[in-house]
Design a protein. Structure first.
Length: 399
C-alpha cells in the first residue's frame, strides 16, 4: 500500500490555503484517503466570506457535475440487472428521442438539419458522444437554442425532468451520434432513463441505490432546513470586483427541492459523504458492507470508451471539460487517464475522475490505491489551475 511522507503532506492543504489567502476562492477542503483510512484532511477559509462563517469538514457544497458519476453508477446497476444494454437505442426508454436530426448549418432561429444516420444509444449518453450539448457553453447556434428553452444553463429550471427531456428531444444534434465527444446534458438524459425504468423519481432511486446503502445522509437535491446552517455560499471572480458572492447560502434555491432533478449536476454533498462514494469506487464497488456495483462492471466503466480509442483532445468538440483533455479518455461516466505524460500529471494510467462547475473535484487512483477529493465554491471551474496543482501536491508526498 502507498505510504506518505508526513513532513510533505501539508503541502496539499497549502495549495488551497494560498488561494484563499489571495482571495481567489472562498474556501478549501481537501481530503486524501487510502483503502483503510483518511491520510490527510485540511479545511480552511469561509463558508460565507461576507458573514465570516468558517468552513468545516461538515459544510455542504454544490457538487454540480460530481453528480454525474453517481448517476452513471445507478444506470449501470440497471445494466447489471438486465434492464438495458449499452447498444440499446435511447428511444426504447424515452420515445421522444426517436428519429433524431443533426444540425448541419444555418442559425439558431433557422437551423439546417438532416436525419441522423442512427439512433442515440445508452452508451452515447454515458460517454457524452450523443450529439447533445449544454446551453452554458456558448459556442454556437445550437447552444443558443438550448438557452432559449432554458436547457443546460446555470440557474434553476422551473420544469420537471420529463419536461426537460421533451424540450431536449426537439433540438437537433451537434453531430452524428457516436462520432465525437461534447460535454452535454447527456447525463441528465441518463437520469430520465433511470426514472423510466425504475418508475421512481431520480431522488428516490439515488436514495435507495446509493445514499442509504452508503449512509450518505447529507447528499441530495436540496439542503434540508435542519442542515441549512452548514450550507456554503457560491462565488465567482467578477472583473473590477474580485471574489463576489453570487448565491448566498441563506437565500439559495437549494434550500427547497428543485422541480428539475438533474442527474448531470443537481446534488449537494459534504466531503465526508462524497468520500463514502469514492471509497466504494476504490473498493471495487463495495462500501459500508454493501456491494453497489460489480467489480468487473466498474473496471469496464473506467476504460476509455471513446470511438476508435481516441482521446478527448483528438475527438472533443467542446472547448470545455472538467478535466485537462490531453492524454485523457472518457469512460462510462468518468474521465480516464490514458497517458499521464501527455496529461502533464503525476498520476497513474487508469486513474478515473471528474469535477464540478464550482471547482470541486475527485479522483480515484487504482494503482496507488488512493482517493482525493477537493471542495470549494467558485464558478466556473476553469478559473484557476487549482486541480492540477492539487494533483502534484498529493503525489509529491508519496514515498
Amino acid at each position: 500500500m502507498t505510504t506518505f511522507d508526513p513532513s510533505r503532506l501539508d503541502r496539499i492543504g497549502a495549495v488551497g490555503r494560498r488561494y484563499v489567502d489571495d482571495q481567489k476562492i472562498p474556501c478549501s477542503v481537501v481530503q486524501v484517503a487510502n483503502k483503510n483510512d483518511v491520510i490527510y484532511v485540511d479545511s480552511y477559509g469561509w463558508a460565507d466570506v461576507e458573514d465570516l462563517k468558517a468552513i468545516t469538514t461538515e459544510s455542504i457544497f454544490r457538487i454540480y457535475s460530481m453528480t454525474k458519476p453517481i448517476t452513471s453508477i445507478v444506470l449501470m446497476q440497471l445494466y447489471e440487472e438486465g434492464d438495458l444494454l449499452l447498444e440499446d437505442p435511447l428511444e426504447r426508454y424515452l420515445p421522444e428521442f426517436a428519429n433524431p436530426t443533426v444540425m448541419t448549418g444555418g442559425s439558431d432561429v433557422a437551423p439546417i438539419t438532416q436525419p441522423a444516420k442512427r439512433s442515440i444509444t445508452i452508451r452515447d449518453i454515458l460517454t457524452h458522444c450523443s450529439g447533445l450539448t449544454y446551453g452554458f457553453l456558448r459556442q454556437g447556434p445550437l447552444d443558443a437554442r438550448y438557452r432559449d428553452e432554458q436547457l443546460g444553463d446555470f440557474g434553476p429550471a422551473d420544469y420537471s425532468l420529463s419536461e426537460g427531456v421533451r424540450r431536449l428531444a426537439k433540438q437537433p444534434l451537434l453531430f452524428e451520434p457516436g462520432t465525437s465527444w461534447n460535454y452535454s446534458m447527456s447525463t441528465d438524459v441518463c437520469g430520465a432513463v433511470i426514472e423510466a425504468i425504475t418508475g421512481q423519481t431520480l431522488a428516490q432511486a439515488f436514495a435507495e441505490r446509493v445514499f442509504e446503502p452508503l449512509q450518505m445522509m447529507d447528499t441530495g437535491f436540496s439542503v434540508p432546513s435542519t442542515s441549512a446552517d452548514r450550507f456554503t455560499s457560491l462565488y465567482a471572480q467578477v472583473p473590477n470586483s474580485g471574489l463576489t458572492r453570487i448565491d448566498a447560502a441563506g437565500t439559495s434555491n437549494y434550500l427547497a427541492p428543485p422541480a428539475f432533478l438533474s442527474g448531470g449536476g443537481g446534488l449537494v454533498s459534504t466531503i465526508g459523504d462524497y468520500q463514502k462514494f469514492a471509497s466504494m469506487l476504490l473498493h471495487n464497488g463495495e462500501g459500508n458492507g454493501n456491494r453497489l456495483i460489480g467489480r468487473r462492471t466498474l473496471e469496464y466503466m473506467a476504460l476509455n470508451h471513446l470511438p476508435d480509442g481516441k482521446l478527448l483532445n483528438e475527438l472533443g468538440q467542446s472547448l470545455f471539460a472538467e478535466v485537462a483533455m490531453d492524454g485523457m479518455g472518457f469512460g462510462l461516466g468518468f474521465s480516464v487517464v490514458e497517458d499521464p505524460a501527455a496529461n502533464g500529471s503525476l498520476c497513474s494510467p487508469g486513474e478515473f475522475a471528474w469535477g464540478g462547475a464550482a471547482s470541486t473535484a475527485f479522483w480515484i487512483d487504482p494503482v496507488e490505491e488512493i482517493t482525493a477529493i477537493f471542495m470549494t465554491q467558485l464558478l466556473p471551474s476553469d478559473t484557476y489551475p487549482l486541480r492540477r496543482q492539487l494533483r502534484a501536491a498529493v503525489y509529491q508526498a508519496m514515498t
